[in-house]
Write a protein that binds this ligand. Structure first.
Ligand code: NBP
Length: 479
């Protein structure tokens, strides 16, 4: 091969093919390769005119075509296929080269791969990419991990193909070492689950309690989308709700089975949060809500359980809708606060030193949770990088303070009328638990001491204690 390509992409299904085109459209010379060569030829035949796309038939050709340090992007199915591709390419690469995994890898796999390839002097860069196939083509939000040195070699290229925020800033930055990029992408997806669940709950309330039709709710969402809830997911929801099923003439949302699926990144977020000891109840409720929806048999078995049947309000629908907007906003702030606390905890656990404001900045465009709101999160962490939670930022605290009466009314109304709102309710409970002067955890700890001699601390003096519950109930100093 005569060409010296700036970058190579192997794995040319929807994501890889669009990312390769994006690089080529930005003037980079891109070598392209796929296990099944037909995909490679098809890409070059169809889109070769967009820029320099050069087909490599074999892994050897691919490596030979890359300028040094070589930058090889892997865009294959996450898991074993990624390991298989690394095993094929790594022996052909040299010290200083970069292997970049743009797939949806678990951050623990990225940490392992980085460690192994570092022994060979290869920079392994796990990159979270959000925005789906359209994003890959027109500008995704890009979350690269790996070494700072690798970012020097790769960063400028990522900056040119990434989405640009409204102020023109590229939606990418060096997130942190080894698996930091994939970790942050995982939390992004967890927040995305929570956002989607909260919007779905708002829709459900507007339909069941306020009595609006899907088309009317689409209009309400469009109005909300002009304010503080302005986001891609709100826009998508309005589009879906306004759509009529061409086959039946029914609202499209009514012909879709009410069983949500998941690919696993939400579950990973919750599992990891458990390991890190971070309460991400909003994200967890969203994952559980999808899971519950899928249990068709269980739902059918329980369908006749007693309880209120949702009935539309006879008056005050508009006022209720305004309250739902407040509840949605406040619950959303809680979910984001939990997500950011998780990033903070992961960063501390793995020594990543992640810029919390930077994460908000690179999610402002290109990714699925892109929203106006992220500017405020960036500002909050820029003003105070050690903020214990977004909820205590002056701006967010004030807006939740103002929203909370309506938030409480909405959760109470939903509960009374039998409309499930696990996201809204969990967010409100989290908020109340954080601000509670005293939690019933005191009783929990005492129970633990009673049946398991797990000991307790006292509010009035230092030390660890145990009460002889089975004996005369005197207190002894433990440990
Ligand atoms: P897929 O996840 O569907 O994977 C298909 C690609 O993997 C094909 O190029 C296929 O080659 C290749 N492949 C497989 Br499968 N096993 C292989 C092996 N053992 N050796 C070599 N190649 C192998 O592609 P995608 O939907 O384009 O996604 C690519 C990555 O991006 C995935 O990790 C995915 O999770 C992630 N993704 C991200 C987003 C996002 O929004 N960020 C969206 C969608 C996907 P073949 O053509 O020879 O079968």
């Amino acid at each position: 091969m005569s060409i010296s390509a700036d970058i190579g992409v192997t794995g040319l299904a929807v994501m890889g093919r669009n990312l390769a085109r994006n690089f080529a459209r930005h003037g980079y010379r891109v070598a392209v390769h796929n296990r099944t060569p037909a995909r490679t030829t098809a890409l070059v035949d169809e889109f070769g005119h967009e820029g320099t796309l050069v087909a490599a038939e074999t892994t050897k050709d691919m490596v030979a075509s890359l300028a040094r340090p070589r930058r090889l992007v892997i865009m294959v199915k996450a898991g074993e296929p990624t390991d298989a591709v690394i095993a094929e390419f790594a022996p052909l690469m040299e010290e200083g080269d970069l292997i970049i995994d743009g797939g949806n890898a678990h951050f623990a796999d990225t940490r392992r791969r980085e460690r192994e390839l570092r022994k060979q002097g290869i920079h392994f860069v796990g990159v979270g990419i959000s925005g789906g196939e359209e994003g890959a083509l027109h500008g995704p939000s890009i979350m690269p991990g790996g070494s700072a040195e690798s970012y020097t070699a790769l960063g400028p290229m990522l900056e040119s193909v990434a989405a640009k925020a409204s102020d023109g800033t590229p939606c990418t930055t060096h997130v942190g070492a080894d698996g930091a990029g994939h970790f942050v992408k995982m939390v992004h997806n967890g927040i995305e689950y929570a956002d989607m669940q909260l919007i779905a709950e708002a829709y459900h309330l507007l339909r069941e309690v306020a009595g609006y039709s899907p088309a009317q709710i689409a209009d309400i969402f469009r109005t909300w989308n002009e304010g503080r809830l302005d986001s891609y997911l709100m826009e998508v929801s309005a589009e879906v709700l306004a759509h009529t099923d061409p086959a039946t003439g029914a609202p499209f949302v009514d012909v879709v089975t009410d069983q949500a699926e998941q690919k696993g990144t939400g579950r990973w977020t919750v599992q990891t949060a458990m390991d890190l000891g971070v309460p991400v109840s909003g994200i967890a409720e969203a994952v559980f809500a999808r899971s519950l929806s899928g249990h068709a048999g269980l739902r059918a078995a329980a369908a006749d359980l007693s309880g209120p049947s949702p009935k539309p309000l006879t008056s005050g629908a508009e006022q209720f809708a305004a309250q739902v907007e407040q509840a949605l906003y406040a619950s959303k702030v809680v979910s984001y606060a939990q997500g950011w606390n998780m990033i903070q905890a992961g960063s501390a656990e793995y020594g990543w030193d992640i810029g919390l404001g930077d994460v908000a900045a690179i999610w402002r465009a290109g990714c699925i949770i892109r929203a106006v709101f992220l500017d405020r999160i960036r500002d909050a962490y820029t003003a105070d990088p050690t903020l214990p939670t977004l909820l205590v930022d002056d701006g967010f605290a004030a807006s939740i303070g103002q929203a909370q009466d309506d938030w409480r009314d909405v959760v109470a109304t939903a509960t009374r009328r039998g409309v499930p709102t696990p996201g809204f309710a969990a967010a409100l409970s989290y908020y109340d638990a954080l601000r509670a002067g005293r939690l019933p955890a005191a009783l929990t700890q005492a129970q633990r001491d009673f049946f398991g001699a797990h000991t307790y601390r006292r509010v009035d003096r230092e030390g660890v204690f145990h009460t002889l519950w089975g004996g005369d109930r005197t207190e002894v100093t433990a440990g």
